[in-house]
Design a binder for this molecule. Sequence first.
Ligand code: CTP
Ligand code: MG
Length: 224
Amino acid sequence: PRVGVVVVAAGSGTRLGLGVPKAFVEIAGRSILDRSLDAVRGLGEPVALVIVVPSEAVAPTTEMLVAAGTRAEVVAGGTTRQRSVALGLAVLPDTVETVLVHDAARAFTPTAVFERVVAEVRASGHGAIPVLPVTDTVRRVSERMCGETVDRSTLAAVQTPQGFPRAQLQQAYDEAADDLTDDAALVMAAGHPVSTVDGDASSFKITAPDDLRRADDLLRRNAV
Ligand code: CTP
Ligand code: MG
């Protein structure tokens, strides 16, 4: 395959607070990880899929994938998201030219977002990330005091999958100085431009307990 997808699912889900790694929390009978893979399963072109999970979850995840008929390489993650991504990148096959990095916690990202990111990376020769406009008024604050309002039109909320030419992403990870949660920030620090494509509201990241309610609502709406 010429496209590689690294799905990071090795986080502990502290903010969700269920005492289970977040990707293995079930929503209406299927894990967040399994649901996040539906977008990849829907892609028209073959991809090399790498799934990064907590080390104790490698064996059960492999079993889940066999049962689901999904081919993927499963590897153990690290203590930070950045380390988990690096461990996933390390096992991509040589044929891969474009790499997408996706949060398993975004369980409902539509396939179309993956397709838009791949198309933009191929057309531009550099990175592409899905974004949504910011709807709230945003203000700077300091020591609980209000600062200026920031012009919303200059802001965007960033989602995943974030896609890059493999060589640029690998260079960025090889040179990474800080531990960042955003792949585009690393690639830009390595000197490469990154453009944006339209994200999707269903691609919200399941982070806090309220997000599970949002997930249930979304499933109920799609079931009718
Ligand atoms: N992630 C990972 N390895 C880590 C930390 C995070 O693979 N060491 C993954 C998570 O599994 C998730 C994505 O990165 O799919 C985004 O991270 P986040 O939403 O912060 O998930 P958690 O780190 O699990 O949650 P929390 O920060 O609340 O503990
Ligand atoms: Mg985290």
